[in-house]
Write a protein that binds this ligand. Structure first.
Ligand SMILES: Cc1ncc(COP(=O)(O)O)c(C=O)c1O
Length: 390
């Protein structure tokens, strides 16, 4: 009866079963997988949500790409970051996940594929399959720093490939695209008639400002390009459900893309009016949350770097930006067994590398969002357990 887009048999893995067991027994543990900014003790301005109560929110003026005032506010936010983006190229969405779905509908027929980075955000496969699209991996490689395997990506491109997805900076490796990589990917997309989708939800969380990075895929204009962002990560407000995409590239491609996107967006009209009406104030007044998150992830990353030398078998992979850190740990036992020990003996939950499709073991992924006292206590236990296993 049901579509194959949704898997019918998702067996609980040992880790999720162990977490469920502890939760039902009300055993507390430190959660270093926490990536929900509303749960980590940030101070949200008390009056922030007053912006949602403006009387204008009682009117309904359906606009496929969103209200002009809200899109102007997004354009203004790009100006703050030193980028010129015209309102006509901005499309509001309910979230980045929805933006992916709209783009897959725009670009792909059922059975087509999109190239996605590995290791990266684990949701790509689900997002693609919900739109009857295949996610084909291309690899990020680590040689002291992360780089895109551009040759591998070229080889992975098929006659059914419609887009290349980049995450800049990537989750969880924290690697920004380098200029030469962006140029190579854009040239490949242009030559093969592919779109370039840049997920830049973490772009403002720079952890190491010394390292070279490209702040946006929008800095090139060769290929049909979509830059994705939103309030979820940009202001730590995932519950408000407002994201955006910026359409860029040669006019001959952006024009038909925008015409078709308008039809798709007009079919759903998924962004609520109050959040659009409130957007200028949210962007202005919510910036203190972004600053707190930036301070938090930077502080926790530095604390991890400072603590790690006490455990010489563990290395903290260099992270240039984002909300995560990656530890390489001795592969004397499986990631799963180490993670279960951490949970059951040390009362710390971390993500295994396999969750993000690291090509080999053993890696652990730590969220840098938790409160400093939680982070320091839990990270010390992770380092000690991994060292003891060496
Ligand atoms: C790389 C990346 N893109 C997109 C998202 C989802 O963002 P949104 O809440 O806007 O759907 C996440 C959430 O963790 C993410 O890590």
């Amino acid at each position: 009866m049901f579509s194959k887009r949704v898997a019918s048999d998702l067996p609980p893995n040992r880790l999720s079963a162990a977490v469920a067991r502890l939760r039902s027994a009300r055993v507390e543990f430190d959660d270093l997988t926490e990536s929900n900014p509303t749960r980590v003790g940030l101070q949200y301005p008390a009056r922030l949500l007053e912006a949602l109560a403006a009387p204008a929110g009682l009117g309904y003026n359906p606009q496929p790409f969103g209200l002009a005032s809200a899109r102007d506010a997004v354009a203004g936010d790009f100006r703050r970051r030193g980028m010129r983006v015209s309102r006509d190229r901005i499309v509001l969405t309910a979230s980045t996940s929805e933006a992916y779905s709209l783009l897959f509908k725009l670009l792909c027929d059922p059975g087509d594929d999109v190239l996605v980075p590995v290791p990266s955000y684990p949701l790509f496969e689900y997002l693609a399959s919900l739109d009857a699209v295949r996610a084909r991996p291309y690899h990020l490689e680590f040689h002291g720093a992360w780089s895109v395997d551009v040759d591998g990506l070229t080889r992975a491109t098929t006659s059914r490939t419609k887009a290349v997805v980049v995450v800049n900076p990537n989750n969880p490796t924290g690697s920004y695209l380098k200029r030469a990589e962006l140029d190579a990917l854009a040239a490949h997309c242009r030559a093969r008639g592919l779109a370039l989708i840049g997920d830049e939800v973490f772009s403002e969380y720079v952890l190491d400002a010394e390292l070279p990075r490209t702040s946006s895929v929008l800095s090139q204009r060769q290929a049909l390009t979509f830059g994705l962002g939103g309030l979820s990560k940009g202001l730590g407000l995932p519950q408000l459900k407002l994201g955006w995409m910026v359409v860029a590239g040669p006019d001959a491609l952006t024009r038909p893309a925008l015409e078709r996107l308008e039809l798709i967006c007009d079919t759903y009209l998924s962004v609520s009016t109050p959040v659009q009406e409130g957007l200028p104030a949210l962007l202005a007044e919510g910036s203190s949350v972004r600053t707190q998150i930036r301070d938090r992830v930077t502080r926790n990353y530095r604390a991890l770097l400072a603590a790690a030398p006490r455990c010489p078998s563990v290395s903290v992979l260099p992270s240039e930006g984002g909300w995560y850190a990656v530890l390489q740990v001795p592969a004397m036992q499986s990631e799963e067994s180490l993670i279960l020990q951490l949970l059951e003996r040390d009362r710390v939950l971390v993500h295994p590398g396999y969750f993000f499709d690291f090509p080999r073991e053993a890696f652990l992924v730590l969220s840098l969002l938790p409160r400093p006292e939680t982070f320091d206590r839990a990270a010390a236990r992770v380092l000690a357990r991994a060292e003891a296993a060496a």
